[in-house]
Design a protein around this ligand. Structure first.
Ligand code: BMA
Length: 331
């Protein structure tokens, strides 16, 4: 029997049998937890994860792990790869949750990450060619803001980034544009949290960077549901126009990836699956989805882009409004 609101569908996210693929026990130096990793494939095909590592003070830094197949035999840097820097007071309480986008025009990777300080969490940008040295550009979205990633190319003259500011009344996904990767503006809301009992009520945020497909930019996003025993982090899908990324084409009603296994149900923060990166495999369809498990370890699931798009078509009751370009409930 299929769940109400969710049409019968194949398993979309296939968890690796050896999950978790990385834990603090694998680390070459003492660490409390290892989770929420950004992901990319380097020019030679190597998979690089930039892992959030929480130390025993509770502060986070980022450390690179590299693997030929993106599944096993990880080579982990022996010291933090991107640690909070004393010249950057916005990082005084740590750096968290990186999202990586390769920018062909720059010949560099852009890492957008949460920089945490007494003003709250904001979004910072660093550029790198090799994940050894970084050009830090500091805060691009001031607190409170997080869950950000750049698109890999400009739209017209402008770069675009998704981010999630929090105000006293909302926590929605926004899009901002920039001519120079220093200053961002022309901000608009592109995906709103739903209300009431919905799985994505009150708070939504980008999970992994947008994936370019023939049908549009495919986005995995998370919704946060408050319950009597805490919060539940689950993920759904949305599709945005290829040339106008502010235009939502469709959004899934049900979630498609939520906490299930023990390592996702129980950890430092229970009931969290939190993808921050995907990599596309050589067949052009298979995605490796890297996700934090209960803020404690890193899991891997595989998915098919074609299947995700098909599932989203069947599980959305939203149709785009031709004037505003935003999704409205279908009749
Ligand atoms: C979010 C972020 C993530 C974390 C999640 C669950 O607000 O801080 O880093 O995985 O909460 O604790």
């Amino acid at each position: 029997m299929s769940l109400p609101g969710r049409k019968r569908s194949p398993v979309l996210f296939r968890r690796n049998d050896d999950n978790p693929i990385l834990t603090a026990a694998d680390w070459p130096y003492p660490a409390n937890s290892v989770f929420n990793a950004g992901a990319t494939r380097l020019q030679d095909g190597t998979t690089l994860l930039l892992c959030r590592v929480e130390d025993f003070r509770g502060l986070s830094h980022l450390t690179a792990a590299r693997s030929r197949d993106g599944v096993s035999a990880w080579q982990i840097d022996h010291q933090p790869t991107l640690a909070p820097h004393p010249d950057h007071p916005e990082e005084e309480w740590g750096v968290e949750d990186p999202r990586i986008t390769y920018l062909p025009e720059e010949g560099r990777y852009a890492v957008l990450y949460t920089a945490y300080c007494h003003n709250g969490p904001g979004v910072a940008l660093a550029l790198t060619e090799d994940f050894v040295t970084f050009e830090r550009r500091g805060i691009i979205f001031p607190p409170e803001d997080k869950d950000a990633a750049l698109f890999p190319r400009r739209f017209g003259d402008h770069w675009a980034a998704i981010h999630r500011p929090v105000t006293s009344t909302s926590a929605n996904m926004n899009l901002s544009f920039s001519a120079n990767l220093y200053h961002f503006g022309n901000t608009r809301t592109i995906l709103e949290a739903r209300r009431g009992a919905w799985w994505d009520a009150n708070k939504v945020g980008l999970s992994a960077p947008p994936i370019e497909t023939e049908e549009g930019w495919l986005v995995i996003y998370h919704g946060v549901k408050r319950t009597g025993s805490g919060v539940l982090y689950r993920n759904g899908l949305a599709l945005f126009d290829l040339n106008h990324p502010e235009r939502l084409i469709r959004r899934s009603d049900p979630w498609c990836f939520g906490p299930r296994d023990l390592s996702e149900r129980v950890g430092d923060v229970d009931n969290v699956v939190f993808p921050c990166g995907t990599t596309l495999q050589d067949d052009g369809d298979t995605l490796h989805v890297y996700y934090g498990q209960a803020d404690t370890s890193i899991g891997l699931a595989t998915a098919s882009v074609r299947q995700l798009l098909g599932w989203l078509r069947e599980n959305s009751t939203m149709t785009p409004d031709p004037v505003r370009g935003e999704a409205q409930p279908a009749d």
